[in-house]
Design a protein around this ligand. Structure first.
Ligand code: NAP
Ligand code: F7E
Length: 334
Protein backbone atom coordinates (compact mmCIF):
# COMPACT_ATOMS: atom_id res chain seq x y z
CA UNK A 1 0.00 0.00 0.00
CA UNK A 2 1.42 3.39 -1.00
CA UNK A 3 1.54 6.24 1.51
CA UNK A 4 0.53 9.74 0.41
CA UNK A 5 1.31 12.78 2.54
CA UNK A 6 -0.89 15.88 2.19
CA UNK A 7 -0.26 19.38 3.55
CA UNK A 8 -3.31 21.67 3.61
CA UNK A 9 -5.82 18.97 4.60
CA UNK A 10 -8.18 21.47 6.27
CA UNK A 11 -8.57 23.36 2.97
CA UNK A 12 -10.78 22.74 -0.05
CA UNK A 13 -8.36 20.69 -2.17
CA UNK A 14 -6.95 18.70 0.75
CA UNK A 15 -10.34 17.14 1.46
CA UNK A 16 -11.03 16.21 -2.20
CA UNK A 17 -7.52 14.84 -2.71
CA UNK A 18 -7.69 12.75 0.47
CA UNK A 19 -11.03 11.27 -0.66
CA UNK A 20 -9.61 10.45 -4.08
CA UNK A 21 -6.44 8.82 -2.70
CA UNK A 22 -8.40 6.76 -0.14
CA UNK A 23 -10.62 5.52 -2.98
CA UNK A 24 -7.48 4.46 -4.85
CA UNK A 25 -6.30 2.43 -1.83
CA UNK A 26 -3.61 4.76 -0.46
CA UNK A 27 -2.70 5.17 3.17
CA UNK A 28 -3.25 8.92 3.63
CA UNK A 29 -1.20 10.91 6.14
CA UNK A 30 -2.25 14.53 6.50
CA UNK A 31 -0.65 17.49 8.22
CA UNK A 32 -2.46 20.24 10.16
CA UNK A 33 -0.92 23.23 11.85
CA UNK A 34 -1.64 23.89 15.49
CA UNK A 35 -4.77 25.98 16.00
CA UNK A 36 -6.65 27.12 19.10
CA UNK A 37 -9.89 26.08 17.38
CA UNK A 38 -9.08 23.30 14.88
CA UNK A 39 -11.57 23.04 12.02
CA UNK A 40 -11.78 19.55 10.50
CA UNK A 41 -15.26 20.04 9.03
CA UNK A 42 -14.23 19.65 5.36
CA UNK A 43 -12.81 16.15 5.93
CA UNK A 44 -14.82 15.06 9.00
CA UNK A 45 -16.55 12.34 6.91
CA UNK A 46 -13.18 10.61 6.23
CA UNK A 47 -11.20 11.67 9.30
CA UNK A 48 -11.20 8.18 10.82
CA UNK A 49 -9.48 6.83 7.68
CA UNK A 50 -6.66 9.41 7.73
CA UNK A 51 -3.51 9.40 9.87
CA UNK A 52 -3.21 12.94 11.19
CA UNK A 53 0.00 14.71 12.24
CA UNK A 54 1.01 18.23 13.18
CA UNK A 55 3.41 20.50 11.34
CA UNK A 56 3.72 24.02 9.98
CA UNK A 57 5.23 25.34 6.76
CA UNK A 58 6.90 28.02 8.90
CA UNK A 59 8.74 25.40 10.96
CA UNK A 60 11.47 23.44 9.17
CA UNK A 61 12.03 20.98 12.01
CA UNK A 62 8.36 19.94 12.09
CA UNK A 63 8.48 19.13 8.35
CA UNK A 64 11.71 17.10 8.71
CA UNK A 65 10.17 15.22 11.62
CA UNK A 66 7.01 14.16 9.75
CA UNK A 67 8.91 13.18 6.59
CA UNK A 68 11.26 11.10 8.72
CA UNK A 69 8.40 9.45 10.62
CA UNK A 70 6.14 8.54 7.68
CA UNK A 71 8.61 8.19 4.74
CA UNK A 72 5.77 8.77 2.23
CA UNK A 73 5.83 7.61 -1.40
CA UNK A 74 4.05 10.77 -2.57
CA UNK A 75 3.95 14.26 -1.06
CA UNK A 76 1.28 16.78 -2.08
CA UNK A 77 2.12 20.29 -0.91
CA UNK A 78 -1.24 22.08 -0.89
CA UNK A 79 -0.72 24.29 2.16
CA UNK A 80 -0.50 28.04 1.51
CA UNK A 81 -1.87 31.43 2.42
CA UNK A 82 -4.06 31.17 -0.67
CA UNK A 83 -6.31 34.24 -0.65
CA UNK A 84 -4.99 36.78 -3.17
CA UNK A 85 -6.71 39.81 -1.62
CA UNK A 86 -5.27 39.00 1.84
CA UNK A 87 -1.79 38.72 0.35
CA UNK A 88 -1.78 42.51 -0.20
CA UNK A 89 -2.40 42.99 3.54
CA UNK A 90 0.00 40.23 4.64
CA UNK A 91 2.71 40.19 1.96
CA UNK A 92 5.50 38.99 4.22
CA UNK A 93 3.51 36.19 5.83
CA UNK A 94 2.34 35.14 2.35
CA UNK A 95 5.94 35.11 1.10
CA UNK A 96 7.01 33.03 4.10
CA UNK A 97 4.29 30.36 3.80
CA UNK A 98 3.31 30.32 0.12
CA UNK A 99 6.84 30.95 -1.21
CA UNK A 100 9.58 29.92 1.22
CA UNK A 101 7.32 27.20 2.67
CA UNK A 102 7.81 25.29 -0.61
CA UNK A 103 11.58 25.26 -0.17
CA UNK A 104 11.12 24.09 3.41
CA UNK A 105 8.99 21.19 2.15
CA UNK A 106 11.47 20.39 -0.65
CA UNK A 107 14.34 20.37 1.84
CA UNK A 108 12.42 18.10 4.21
CA UNK A 109 11.71 15.67 1.35
CA UNK A 110 15.28 15.82 0.00
CA UNK A 111 16.87 15.15 3.37
CA UNK A 112 14.33 12.86 5.08
CA UNK A 113 12.29 11.10 2.33
CA UNK A 114 14.44 11.41 -0.83
CA UNK A 115 12.54 8.76 -2.77
CA UNK A 116 9.19 10.49 -2.41
CA UNK A 117 7.50 12.02 -5.46
CA UNK A 118 6.60 15.68 -4.83
CA UNK A 119 3.63 17.74 -6.06
CA UNK A 120 3.64 21.54 -5.74
CA UNK A 121 0.32 23.43 -5.91
CA UNK A 122 1.25 26.18 -8.36
CA UNK A 123 -1.29 28.63 -9.70
CA UNK A 124 -2.57 30.45 -12.78
CA UNK A 125 -2.05 33.62 -10.70
CA UNK A 126 1.59 33.32 -11.81
CA UNK A 127 0.48 34.42 -15.31
CA UNK A 128 -1.10 37.58 -13.91
CA UNK A 129 -0.95 40.28 -16.57
CA UNK A 130 -1.01 37.63 -19.26
CA UNK A 131 1.52 37.60 -22.13
CA UNK A 132 -0.73 35.45 -24.32
CA UNK A 133 -4.13 33.75 -24.35
CA UNK A 134 -4.66 30.90 -23.75
CA UNK A 135 -1.91 30.31 -21.19
CA UNK A 136 0.24 27.16 -21.40
CA UNK A 137 3.24 25.71 -19.52
CA UNK A 138 5.46 27.88 -21.73
CA UNK A 139 3.70 31.22 -21.15
CA UNK A 140 5.99 33.67 -19.26
CA UNK A 141 4.92 34.73 -15.76
CA UNK A 142 3.91 38.26 -14.72
CA UNK A 143 2.31 37.94 -11.25
CA UNK A 144 0.10 40.78 -9.98
CA UNK A 145 -0.01 40.14 -6.22
CA UNK A 146 2.26 39.08 -3.36
CA UNK A 147 0.47 35.72 -3.60
CA UNK A 148 1.32 35.37 -7.30
CA UNK A 149 4.92 36.41 -6.66
CA UNK A 150 5.24 33.79 -3.88
CA UNK A 151 3.78 31.09 -6.15
CA UNK A 152 6.33 31.94 -8.86
CA UNK A 153 9.08 31.41 -6.27
CA UNK A 154 7.55 28.07 -5.22
CA UNK A 155 7.22 26.98 -8.85
CA UNK A 156 10.85 27.69 -9.69
CA UNK A 157 12.04 26.17 -6.42
CA UNK A 158 10.26 22.94 -7.45
CA UNK A 159 11.81 23.01 -10.95
CA UNK A 160 15.22 23.76 -9.41
CA UNK A 161 15.08 20.79 -7.00
CA UNK A 162 14.12 18.54 -9.89
CA UNK A 163 17.07 19.76 -11.96
CA UNK A 164 19.60 19.96 -9.09
CA UNK A 165 18.87 16.80 -7.12
CA UNK A 166 17.09 14.61 -9.67
CA UNK A 167 13.99 14.68 -7.49
CA UNK A 168 10.64 13.56 -8.91
CA UNK A 169 9.09 17.02 -8.40
CA UNK A 170 6.08 18.27 -10.38
CA UNK A 171 4.45 21.68 -10.47
CA UNK A 172 0.73 21.69 -11.24
CA UNK A 173 -0.29 25.07 -12.65
CA UNK A 174 -3.95 24.90 -11.67
CA UNK A 175 -6.48 27.47 -12.78
CA UNK A 176 -9.29 28.47 -10.39
CA UNK A 177 -11.20 25.47 -9.09
CA UNK A 178 -14.23 25.67 -6.87
CA UNK A 179 -16.74 23.51 -5.02
CA UNK A 180 -19.28 23.63 -2.21
CA UNK A 181 -16.24 23.31 0.11
CA UNK A 182 -14.63 26.52 -1.22
CA UNK A 183 -13.81 29.14 1.43
CA UNK A 184 -16.50 31.83 1.81
CA UNK A 185 -14.04 34.63 0.99
CA UNK A 186 -13.52 33.50 -2.62
CA UNK A 187 -15.87 35.11 -5.11
CA UNK A 188 -17.67 31.97 -6.35
CA UNK A 189 -18.60 30.71 -2.89
CA UNK A 190 -19.37 34.24 -1.73
CA UNK A 191 -21.88 34.47 -4.59
CA UNK A 192 -23.45 31.02 -4.08
CA UNK A 193 -23.76 31.52 -0.34
CA UNK A 194 -25.28 35.01 -0.76
CA UNK A 195 -27.78 33.73 -3.34
CA UNK A 196 -28.97 31.14 -0.81
CA UNK A 197 -28.99 33.71 2.00
CA UNK A 198 -31.08 36.07 -0.16
CA UNK A 199 -33.58 33.29 -0.99
CA UNK A 200 -33.94 32.48 2.71
CA UNK A 201 -34.37 36.13 3.69
CA UNK A 202 -31.09 36.37 5.63
CA UNK A 203 -29.58 39.01 3.30
CA UNK A 204 -30.88 41.62 0.87
CA UNK A 205 -27.83 42.31 -1.29
CA UNK A 206 -24.44 41.07 -2.45
CA UNK A 207 -21.52 43.54 -2.46
CA UNK A 208 -18.74 42.64 -4.91
CA UNK A 209 -15.69 44.27 -6.49
CA UNK A 210 -14.62 43.86 -10.12
CA UNK A 211 -17.50 42.19 -11.97
CA UNK A 212 -15.59 42.11 -15.26
CA UNK A 213 -12.66 39.96 -14.13
CA UNK A 214 -12.62 36.72 -16.13
CA UNK A 215 -11.52 33.34 -14.83
CA UNK A 216 -11.23 29.78 -16.12
CA UNK A 217 -13.30 28.09 -13.40
CA UNK A 218 -13.39 24.30 -12.91
CA UNK A 219 -14.48 21.81 -10.24
CA UNK A 220 -11.99 20.93 -7.47
CA UNK A 221 -12.99 17.25 -7.54
CA UNK A 222 -11.82 17.06 -11.18
CA UNK A 223 -8.58 18.93 -10.51
CA UNK A 224 -7.27 16.70 -7.68
CA UNK A 225 -7.33 13.78 -10.16
CA UNK A 226 -4.83 15.79 -12.22
CA UNK A 227 -2.51 16.18 -9.20
CA UNK A 228 -2.42 12.42 -8.67
CA UNK A 229 -1.89 11.64 -12.37
CA UNK A 230 1.16 13.93 -12.51
CA UNK A 231 2.91 11.81 -9.87
CA UNK A 232 2.10 8.54 -11.70
CA UNK A 233 3.81 9.53 -14.97
CA UNK A 234 7.24 8.14 -15.96
CA UNK A 235 8.97 11.51 -15.72
CA UNK A 236 8.37 14.58 -13.55
CA UNK A 237 7.12 17.68 -15.34
CA UNK A 238 4.90 20.78 -15.08
CA UNK A 239 1.28 20.79 -16.26
CA UNK A 240 -1.52 23.31 -16.74
CA UNK A 241 -4.88 22.06 -15.43
CA UNK A 242 -7.86 24.10 -16.67
CA UNK A 243 -11.19 23.80 -18.49
CA UNK A 244 -10.30 25.92 -21.55
CA UNK A 245 -13.29 28.24 -21.04
CA UNK A 246 -13.48 31.66 -19.42
CA UNK A 247 -16.35 33.57 -17.78
CA UNK A 248 -16.68 36.85 -15.91
CA UNK A 249 -17.72 37.32 -12.29
CA UNK A 250 -20.85 38.96 -13.73
CA UNK A 251 -21.67 35.79 -15.72
CA UNK A 252 -21.21 33.69 -12.58
CA UNK A 253 -23.69 35.98 -10.79
CA UNK A 254 -26.19 35.80 -13.64
CA UNK A 255 -26.32 31.98 -13.67
CA UNK A 256 -26.29 31.69 -9.87
CA UNK A 257 -29.27 34.04 -9.45
CA UNK A 258 -31.11 32.49 -12.40
CA UNK A 259 -30.87 29.14 -10.60
CA UNK A 260 -33.34 30.51 -8.03
CA UNK A 261 -35.47 32.52 -10.45
CA UNK A 262 -33.93 35.91 -9.56
CA UNK A 263 -32.16 38.65 -11.56
CA UNK A 264 -28.64 39.41 -10.24
CA UNK A 265 -29.03 43.09 -11.17
CA UNK A 266 -31.66 43.48 -8.43
CA UNK A 267 -29.22 42.37 -5.71
CA UNK A 268 -25.57 42.91 -6.70
CA UNK A 269 -23.90 46.20 -5.74
CA UNK A 270 -20.30 47.24 -6.37
CA UNK A 271 -18.18 48.16 -3.36
CA UNK A 272 -14.67 49.56 -4.00
CA UNK A 273 -13.31 47.83 -0.92
CA UNK A 274 -13.35 44.52 -2.82
CA UNK A 275 -11.09 45.85 -5.62
CA UNK A 276 -7.40 44.91 -5.50
CA UNK A 277 -4.37 47.21 -5.89
CA UNK A 278 -3.50 45.25 -9.05
CA UNK A 279 -5.95 42.94 -10.79
CA UNK A 280 -5.66 39.85 -12.97
CA UNK A 281 -8.22 40.67 -15.66
CA UNK A 282 -8.30 37.50 -17.76
CA UNK A 283 -7.27 33.88 -17.32
CA UNK A 284 -7.85 31.08 -19.82
CA UNK A 285 -5.83 27.89 -19.66
CA UNK A 286 -4.82 25.39 -22.32
CA UNK A 287 -4.59 21.96 -20.66
CA UNK A 288 -3.67 20.07 -23.87
CA UNK A 289 -0.44 18.74 -22.35
CA UNK A 290 -2.24 17.22 -19.35
CA UNK A 291 -4.91 15.77 -21.64
CA UNK A 292 -2.42 14.29 -24.14
CA UNK A 293 0.21 13.08 -21.65
CA UNK A 294 -1.81 12.17 -18.57
CA UNK A 295 -5.25 11.51 -20.06
CA UNK A 296 -6.76 14.10 -17.72
CA UNK A 297 -10.16 15.58 -18.66
CA UNK A 298 -12.56 17.62 -16.51
CA UNK A 299 -16.11 16.29 -16.08
CA UNK A 300 -18.01 19.26 -14.60
CA UNK A 301 -18.70 22.29 -16.84
CA UNK A 302 -19.23 25.91 -15.78
CA UNK A 303 -23.03 25.80 -15.58
CA UNK A 304 -22.86 22.50 -13.65
CA UNK A 305 -20.36 23.99 -11.22
CA UNK A 306 -22.42 27.11 -10.48
CA UNK A 307 -25.58 25.05 -9.96
CA UNK A 308 -23.77 22.53 -7.74
CA UNK A 309 -22.52 25.35 -5.49
CA UNK A 310 -25.84 27.21 -5.28
CA UNK A 311 -27.75 23.99 -4.60
CA UNK A 312 -25.36 23.00 -1.81
CA UNK A 313 -25.77 26.37 -0.07
CA UNK A 314 -29.55 26.14 -0.42
CA UNK A 315 -29.60 22.57 0.94
CA UNK A 316 -27.50 23.51 3.95
CA UNK A 317 -30.18 26.01 4.94
CA UNK A 318 -33.07 23.62 4.22
CA UNK A 319 -31.53 21.02 6.56
CA UNK A 320 -31.71 23.66 9.30
CA UNK A 321 -35.48 23.65 8.79
CA UNK A 322 -35.75 27.15 7.27
CA UNK A 323 -38.09 27.99 4.41
CA UNK A 324 -37.44 30.24 1.38
CA UNK A 325 -38.88 33.75 1.44
CA UNK A 326 -38.22 34.82 -2.19
CA UNK A 327 -37.19 33.39 -5.54
CA UNK A 328 -37.85 29.73 -6.28
CA UNK A 329 -36.02 26.54 -5.34
CA UNK A 330 -34.51 24.56 -8.25
CA UNK A 331 -36.36 21.47 -9.42
CA UNK A 332 -35.34 18.55 -7.24
CA UNK A 333 -34.78 20.74 -4.18
CA UNK A 334 -38.26 22.17 -3.89
P1 NAP B 1 -7.28 26.66 1.04
O1 NAP B 1 -8.67 26.13 1.11
O2 NAP B 1 -7.03 28.09 1.36
O3 NAP B 1 -6.38 25.75 2.00
C1 NAP B 1 -5.08 26.14 2.37
C2 NAP B 1 -4.54 25.16 3.38
O4 NAP B 1 -3.21 25.56 3.77
C3 NAP B 1 -5.35 25.05 4.68
O5 NAP B 1 -5.41 23.69 5.07
C4 NAP B 1 -4.49 25.83 5.67
O6 NAP B 1 -4.64 25.43 7.01
C5 NAP B 1 -3.11 25.43 5.18
N1 NAP B 1 -2.06 26.31 5.71
C6 NAP B 1 -1.99 27.66 5.65
N2 NAP B 1 -0.87 28.09 6.25
C7 NAP B 1 -0.21 26.99 6.70
C8 NAP B 1 0.99 26.79 7.41
N3 NAP B 1 1.77 27.81 7.79
N4 NAP B 1 1.37 25.52 7.70
C9 NAP B 1 0.60 24.47 7.35
N5 NAP B 1 -0.58 24.59 6.69
C10 NAP B 1 -0.97 25.85 6.36
O7 NAP B 1 -6.65 26.40 -0.42
P2 NAP B 1 -7.17 25.42 -1.59
O8 NAP B 1 -8.15 26.15 -2.43
O9 NAP B 1 -7.48 24.11 -1.03
O10 NAP B 1 -5.84 25.34 -2.48
C11 NAP B 1 -4.84 24.37 -2.23
C12 NAP B 1 -3.52 24.85 -2.79
O11 NAP B 1 -3.64 25.07 -4.19
C13 NAP B 1 -3.02 26.16 -2.22
O12 NAP B 1 -1.60 26.10 -2.20
C14 NAP B 1 -3.46 27.19 -3.22
O13 NAP B 1 -2.61 28.33 -3.18
C15 NAP B 1 -3.29 26.41 -4.51
N6 NAP B 1 -4.15 26.77 -5.62
C16 NAP B 1 -5.49 26.85 -5.44
C17 NAP B 1 -6.31 27.12 -6.52
C18 NAP B 1 -7.81 27.19 -6.38
O14 NAP B 1 -8.47 27.71 -7.28
N7 NAP B 1 -8.39 26.63 -5.31
C19 NAP B 1 -5.74 27.32 -7.80
C20 NAP B 1 -4.37 27.20 -7.93
C21 NAP B 1 -3.57 26.91 -6.85
P3 NAP B 1 -5.54 26.27 8.08
O15 NAP B 1 -6.92 25.66 8.00
O16 NAP B 1 -4.85 25.97 9.36
O17 NAP B 1 -5.51 27.71 7.67
O1 F7E C 1 -11.27 36.21 -7.09
C1 F7E C 1 -12.94 39.21 -8.37
C2 F7E C 1 -11.50 39.33 -7.95
O2 F7E C 1 -10.70 35.64 -4.72
C3 F7E C 1 -11.63 35.97 -8.43
C4 F7E C 1 -7.33 31.42 -5.31
O3 F7E C 1 -7.76 30.10 -5.12
O4 F7E C 1 -7.62 31.26 -7.69
C5 F7E C 1 -8.00 32.01 -6.54
O5 F7E C 1 -7.60 33.36 -6.66
C6 F7E C 1 -11.92 37.28 -9.13
C7 F7E C 1 -10.85 38.36 -8.92
O6 F7E C 1 -9.96 34.13 -6.62
C8 F7E C 1 -14.95 39.98 -5.48
O7 F7E C 1 -11.04 40.67 -8.06
C9 F7E C 1 -14.89 40.57 -7.56
O8 F7E C 1 -10.59 39.00 -10.13
O9 F7E C 1 -12.30 34.16 -6.00
P1 F7E C 1 -11.11 35.02 -6.01
P2 F7E C 1 -8.54 34.50 -7.29
O10 F7E C 1 -8.03 35.80 -6.82
O11 F7E C 1 -8.67 34.29 -8.76
C10 F7E C 1 -6.22 31.25 -7.97
C11 F7E C 1 -5.97 30.39 -9.18
C12 F7E C 1 -5.40 30.86 -6.79
O12 F7E C 1 -4.33 30.28 -6.93
C13 F7E C 1 -5.81 31.43 -5.47
O13 F7E C 1 -5.25 30.68 -4.40
O14 F7E C 1 -13.12 37.82 -8.59
N1 F7E C 1 -13.91 39.67 -7.36
N2 F7E C 1 -15.54 40.79 -6.42
C14 F7E C 1 -13.93 39.28 -6.08
N3 F7E C 1 -13.17 38.38 -5.42
C15 F7E C 1 -13.45 38.17 -4.10
N4 F7E C 1 -12.74 37.25 -3.42
N5 F7E C 1 -14.47 38.86 -3.46
C16 F7E C 1 -15.25 39.77 -4.10
O15 F7E C 1 -16.13 40.38 -3.50
Amino acid sequence: MKTAFITGITGQDGSYLAEHLLDLGYKVVAMMRRSATPDTSRFAHIEDRITMCHGDLMDQSSLMRVMDEFKPDEVYNLAAQSFVHASFHEPIHTGEVTGLGVTRMLEAVRLSAPNARFYQASSSEMFGDVFETPQTERTPFHPRSPYGVAKVYGHWATVNYRESYDMFACSGILFNHESPRRGLEFVTRKISDHVAAIVFGEKDQLALGNLDARRDWGFAGDYVRGMHLMLQHDTPDDYVISTGTTQSVREFCKIAFERVGLNYEDFVVVDPKFFRPAEVELLLGDASKAKDTLGWVPEVDFQGLVEMMVDADLKRRMVMGNGPTRGSLPEGLA
